[in-house]
Design a protein around this ligand. Structure first.
Ligand SMILES: Nc1ncnc2c1ncn2[C@@H]1O[C@H](COP(=O)(O)OP(=O)(O)OP(=O)(O)O)[C@@H](O)[C@H]1O
Length: 309
């Protein structure tokens, strides 16, 4: 095991009766890394996160967490925290009391107010958790997970229900934790969140890993993407695009009511060719971006979801 790895999973299999939830899964997560787990419903994300948290054991395969082999026992090593299926909170206690109670159960002394401020819940510190929205519960759950100063933080869909302010708090907490050397593994259906947060992603489909590695690898030159392009002369740009080898104009993807947007599909070299020709004619490029992000495109392609939309 690489000493910089917080998680090393090899050939992990987990079945529930006839259902194969995980089928030979490998996963490596380094310290200081925020690793995103993505996949369609039922792909096995929660099952895998549950194994990392010691909530279940694998049927087959090897799992090492924080340098220690995980055997058959249902117990996570110290240094791991997080939650799957929503955080466990005391509904009748306030946010502050929830954190204080958890800290005292563990014999810890913590600055509860600082934790609440980190997740942006200072204003509702004395409100009962019972009345909290999903996003507020997620944030309180994150604060609770931070009580133990984890070296591995495992979160199942932490972005669920978060408003933009909540998202900002959660992102900055997770980024700081990773900067301090902890490993973070989280699942999400929100590609924009994963792209903003994660350096590495693993895409699961029907219990198998269909991609794992740096996000940048997904935007590599060998995947055809659709791009939206706005220039200072759309008519001339269209004529130029029609003559670029390997490039297609795709009017079916032009956003409704935005006729000034030209959508072209192709590999990166064809796009580079188009931009060079457009600029060469003295036409200004005002906007150029993928219609769907490289991660979303790879997700749809690798999990064969594209034609089900
Ligand atoms: N306790 C269980 N008993 C029976 N089947 C289960 C159990 N937990 C998970 N499964 C099955 O295992 C498969 C993987 O489920 P899992 O919850 O890990 O997927 P997921 O990727 O987290 O999905 P989602 O995005 O919908 O949360 C599914 O077919 C699910 O029905």
């Amino acid at each position: 095991m690489n000493t910089s790895d917080a998680v090393r999973a090899r050939a992990i299999t987990k079945c529930f009766g006839d259902v194969v939830a995980l089928d030979g899964v490998d996963l490596d997560v380094a310290y200081g890394e925020i690793h995103g787990l993505v996949g369609p419903n039922g792909a096995g994300k929660t099952t895998l996160l549950g194994l990392l948290l010691g909530l279940a054991v694998a049927d087959e395969g090897d799992l090492e967490i924080l340098g220690r082999p995980i055997g058959r026992a249902l117990a996570a090593p110290d240094g791991i925290s997080g939650f799957v299926d929503g955080p466990g909170l005391y509904p009748s206690l306030t946010a502050r009391q929830n954190l204080a109670a958890l800290a005292s159960l563990r014999g810890q002394t913590v600055d509860v107010d600082d934790l609440l401020a980190q997740v942006g819940l200072s204003d509702v510190a004395d409100d009962r958790a019972r009345g909290f929205s999903l996003g507020m519960r997620q944030r309180l759950g994150l604060a609770a997970a931070l009580l133990t100063k984890p070296r591995l933080l495992v979160l199942d869909e932490p972005a669920n229900g978060l408003d933009p302010a909540g998202k900002k708090h959660v992102h900055s907490v997770l980024t700081r934790l990773a900067d301090e050397g902890a490993a973070v593994v989280l699942s999400s259906h929100r590609m924009d969140d994963l792209e903003a947060l994660c350096s590495e992603v693993t895409i699961l489909s029907a219990g198998r890993v269909v991609f794992t590695g740096p996000l940048a690898k997904l935007s590599s030159a060998d995947r055809e993407l659709a791009y939206r392009l706005v220039t200072s002369d759309q008519k001339a740009t269209r004529e130029i695009a029609e003559n670029v080898p390997g490039l297609r104009i795709d009017d079916t993807q032009t956003p409704r009511g935005q006729a000034d947007v030209l959508v072209v599909s192709g590999l990166v070299p064809a796009l580079d060719d188009l931009v060079a020709r457009v600029v060469g004619k003295g036409i200004g490029v005002r906007e150029l971006a993928p219609v769907v992000s490289p991660l979303e495109a790879a997700f749809l392609e690798l999990t064969e979801q594209g034609d089900k939309r």
